[in-house]
Design a protein around this ligand. Sequence first.
Ligand SMILES: Nc1ncnc2c1ncn2[C@@H]1O[C@H](COP(=O)(O)OP(=O)(O)OP(=O)(O)O)[C@@H](O)[C@H]1O
Length: 251
Amino acid sequence: MTQEALTSSLLYLDGVRVSFDGFRALNGLSLVVGPGEMRAIIGPNGAGKTTMMDVITGKTRPDEGTVMFGGSVDLTELDESAIAELGIGRKFQKPTVFETHTVEDNVRLALKGERSPWSALFGARNRIATERILEVLEVARLVEHRHRLAADLSHGQKQWLEIAMLLAQDPKLLLVDEPVAGMTDAETVETARLLRRIAEDHAVVVVEHDMAFVRDLDCKVTVLHEGATLAEGTIDAVSADERVIEVYLGR
Ligand SMILES: Nc1ncnc2c1ncn2[C@@H]1O[C@H](COP(=O)(O)OP(=O)(O)OP(=O)(O)O)[C@@H](O)[C@H]1O
């Protein structure tokens, strides 16, 4: 890839290889995501999607390849907490909210995290923090649920709460792993709306198997297969690609 592709990128992976006991989970993966872009990542089981997220967040070190953030920060030299502090937030598949706390307090706890630029505002300027909490709950359509215990939310609402918690920290890049697994159709539609809204002012990378949902995200799609990019383009273009049909979509 070119120097220009690197300098204009928010996230830049090139030639990334990861092996587990001789098995190549990532085999020369290249991926470029621009600032503020939303990207969907699809591909069959074992294609390397989770491993890719692990490499970006510093959980897994690549054996080879380039992983850059903001055009100049080498993510392979940083640990997980340093990468989170740079503004890379990750939403795992299962919701991990604090069940015994209210919805509002969950977001408050996320704001209090070390990484949050808002943490310094606590105490003296609590009001600003409260405004910020309401703002992200508004985006997640959870304002009217803010006094409920997180334990009492539906599965979909818990997922949205966790996304709101990440959003509170205002990440530059949000990585979201299979957000609609286990959701109702209505919740799935609502999740696409939420992510499109977030992508108005954040870069978002979404790994997902649900093709109707991916279509609804209305963004560029990257298809992974055997640890590398197989195809990239609009949902219509990749859905019509013979190789994608062969390995993923089926005939
Ligand atoms: N820690 C590990 N040790 C050994 N093998 C691993 C490890 N992590 C992943 N793998 C293997 O690497 C391959 C890629 O896995 P990965 O989880 O990244 O795929 P995926 O695209 O996320 O799949 P899925 O859609 O099932 O989540 C798989 O064959 C998996 O078994």
